[in-house]
Design a protein around this ligand. Structure first.
Ligand SMILES: Cc1cc2nc3c(=O)[nH]c(=O)nc-3n(C[C@H](O)[C@H](O)[C@H](O)COP(=O)(O)O)c2cc1C
Length: 326
């Protein structure tokens, strides 16, 4: 027999929110243009599909939001569905403290002129179909006029008040210093060594071009202020090697390691440029082109050893304290 569950008559607000959080949702950034032409947007998990014919979607916006006016005055909006790598973007667009939410964010106007954010899983540009008042929220129903496919990453999922993702638990491990450098390096060597061997057999020339382009990009982003771009280019370098290996299970493991890499580059490893690593990444690419698996693997080993040298990381727990919860 199942446990007796208490029947709750009073809808106590805190518990109401908590129970709503039991329903996992995706996360989107909804954007529009304010009357002065400036882009506006917020993080939103109330997005839902409504109708296929005609294609309708909805989201609800808190009436107290500073953005209500912009959305009420505009006759178009865009839904940008976030990937699990875009949790920082989600936090940015959910914060009232960020004065210009679009600063440093890559976006372009869609055919209707609404801001489409780069690297999302999908974007839908809508014309407002209807608006309904509902309690402390305003429901916007949009007719989808254009849609864009994007990144092949997994979705960012919001569940029980937090992002439900592998990345979140990995982040805690990295920041808490529970993943040791020696273990991580061994995992990089084993995983990417195998992927490089496979890529030497299976990668197309175009896939090697993508890996090379990522290496070029790392070299271009060496300025002190270019850490975010350097992290993304480095993540792309490794994830494109993973794609070129053509093994879906290993690619998933590599995705986990990319998350670890991002967290370490952001919070643990001193974030200075490492020009001494340039020739080694180039060597990895050259060996891939020449289908020289042994050469590629030894260049990777050298790359890891070089990056670790003088990195100042001995014990992560001592470098960065675990953040407070919440
Ligand atoms: C995961 C998540 C989902 C959210 N969903 C909504 C939503 O559906 N509707 C809404 O009005 N606010 C939602 N918010 C809150 C807004 O993002 C936030 O209040 C707003 O961006 C703050 O900007 P403002 O102060 O400029 O209005 C959500 C926040 C998070 C973190």
């Amino acid at each position: 027999m199942s446990h007796p569950t208490p029947h709750l008559d009073a809808i106590e607000p805190k518990l109401f929110r908590q129970l709503l959080g039991c329903f996992p949702t995706g996360v989107a950034v909804i954007t529009t243009n304010a009357a002065d032409g400036r882009p506006a947007g917020l993080t939103c998990n109330s997005f839902s599909s409504v109708s296929l014919e005609p294609p309708l979607v909805l989201f609800s916006l808190r009436k107290a939001s500073s953005l209500l006016r912009a959305f009420v005055e505009a006759d178009t909006f865009a839904i940008n569905i976030l990937s699990q790598s875009q949790d920082v973007l989600s936090a940015r667009f959910a914060s009232s403290k960020v004065a210009d939410k679009f600063e440093g964010v890559a976006w372009r106007p869609g055919p209707l002129g609404t801001p489409l954010i780069d690297d999302c899983l999908a974007s839908f540009e809508c014309r407002v179909h209807a608006r309904h008042e509902a309690g402390d929220h305003e429901i916007f129903i949009g007719e989808v006029k254009h849609m864009t496919t994007g990144s092949a990453d997994h979705a960012l999922v919001f569940y029980k008040g937090a992002y439900m993702m592998l990345a979140e638990s990995l982040r805690k491990l990295v920041l808490g210093g529970q993943l040791g450098t020696a273990d991580i390096d061994e995992a990089y060597r084993a995983l990417y060594g195998t992927l490089l061997r496979l890529a030497c057999e299976r990668a197309s020339d175009a896939e090697v071009d993508v890996i090379e382009a990522a290496a070029d990009e790392i070299e271009q982003h060496q300025g002190k202020d270019a850490l975010a771009q350097r992290i993304e280019a480095t993540a792309r370098f490794f994830s494109s090697i993973a794609l070129a290996g053509h093994n879906e299970a290993l690619r998933l493991m590599a995705q986990t390691m990319t998350t670890v890499l991002r967290e370490r580059m952001t919070h643990v490893i001193p974030a200075r440029p490492r020009p001494e690593a340039f020739p080694l990444r180039r060597k990895v690419v050259q060996c891939l082109r020449a289908r020289d698996a042994e050469g590629a693997v030894s260049a990777l080993d050298e790359l890891i050893a070089t990056l670790r040298k003088d990195s100042g990381v001995h014990d992560e727990a001592a470098v960065v304290p675990a953040p407070a919860e919440g």
